[in-house]
Ligand binder design. Structure first.
Ligand code: ATR
Length: 288
């Protein structure tokens, strides 16, 4: 970060918790790299305070905000405009302040697609994808995959009702199939065998847990794995997948890609491919 002056633009992130967030590290690095006089700071915002926090964006002329857990849905009613993609997904992770008008976007969706493309070489066109989980992260990924021409997307979740609700809310083209299944059923095992890409969108793995509902021995040897969870030492899923010779990416790739897309919305500047990912890797190795 360069010297802060009266002209320095302020950006930030709203979350609870937020102290663990790597977004300040990578966004400040990006501002510095692009020679932009700006600073990005973490704001711990409690759930009850989200409307006041959004009002402060206007009052303090904060130029842009990332929104993370647990505010991605709750923030929507307090914004002036929602990008149509974020509206369908029902979650906002990036807000831009356009002369006092606050516009919400979802870059988890575009970031997911870019991370899958850049890191796994995955193009969803005509492909079959199995997603585990049915929360907000899953909605962003399903939207991205359908928009990019996936042939068949299957959502498997512990609560089948939640998976069904998600599937019913997504726009599907006539040639596409979007299904919901429960773990452990014969339909689930069939989807496991056929999937070109398997995505863990559940929170399982955050604390080293194994995904006992994902038997890797049942998947294609060419299947790609996207684990939205991240762990410095690798998640149980990515470690297991790697030991089986499968290609996989983790939540750090997603964090970096959604951050690069947020940076683009705020600054209209495209960072070099992999900028934030490699910055985070370097940063973490210096922290050890
Ligand atoms: P996000 O918005 O980040 O996706 P979320 O809305 O809390 O987070 O969703 C978390 C997902 O992880 C859900 O699909 C949840 O399954 P349920 O809908 O059945 O609750 C899934 N999940 C969390 N813990 C799980 C576990 N122990 N086993 C299987 N799925 C789990």
């Amino acid at each position: 970060m360069s010297l802060l002056t009266g002209k320095t633009a302020v950006y930030g992130i709203f979350g609870a918790p937020v102290a663990h967030s790597l977004s300040p590290v990578m966004q400040n690095a990006a501002f510095k790299y692009c020679g932009i006089d700006a600073v990005y700071v973490p704001f711990h915002v409690h759930s009850d305070d989200i409307s006041m926090a959004v009002a402060s964006v206007r009052a303090l002329d904060i130029k842009g905000i990332n929104v993370t857990v647990p505010h991605k849905e709750a923030v929507i009613p307090f914004l002036d405009d929602i990008d149509p993609v974020a509206a369908v997904i029902g979650a906002v992770n990036t807000v831009v302040n356009r002369k006092g008008r606050l516009v919400g976007y979802n870059t988890d969706s575009s970031g997911f697609l870019r991370a899958a493309g850049d890191e796994l070489g995955f193009n969803p066109l005509d492909q079959q994808i199995l997603l585990l989980g049915a929360g907000g992260a899953c909605r962003a990924a399903v939207y991205a995959l359908l928009s990019a021409g996936a042939a068949k997307v299957t959502v498997a979740n512990r609560s089948l009702a939640r998976a069904r609700t998600l599937v019913a809310a997504m726009p599907v083209q006539p040639h596409q199939r979007l299904l919901s299944v429960a773990y452990g059923t014969s339909e689930y095992f069939q989807e496991l065998e056929n999937a070109h890409l398997i995505v863990n969108t559940t929170s399982v793995g955050l604390y080293g847990e194994k995904l006992d509902f994902l038997p890797l021995e049942n998947i294609k040897s060419s299947a790609l794995i996207f684990d939205m969870v991240y762990s410095e030492t690798g998640t149980a899923l990515t470690n297991d997948a790697t030991s089986r010779g499968l290609s996989c990416v983790d939540g750090l790739d997603l964090l970096a890609a959604q951050g690069e897309d947020a940076f683009f919305i705020w600054t209209k500047k495209r960072l070099p491919t992999g900028f934030m990912r490699s910055f985070l890797t370097d940063y973490q190795s210096t922290c050890k």
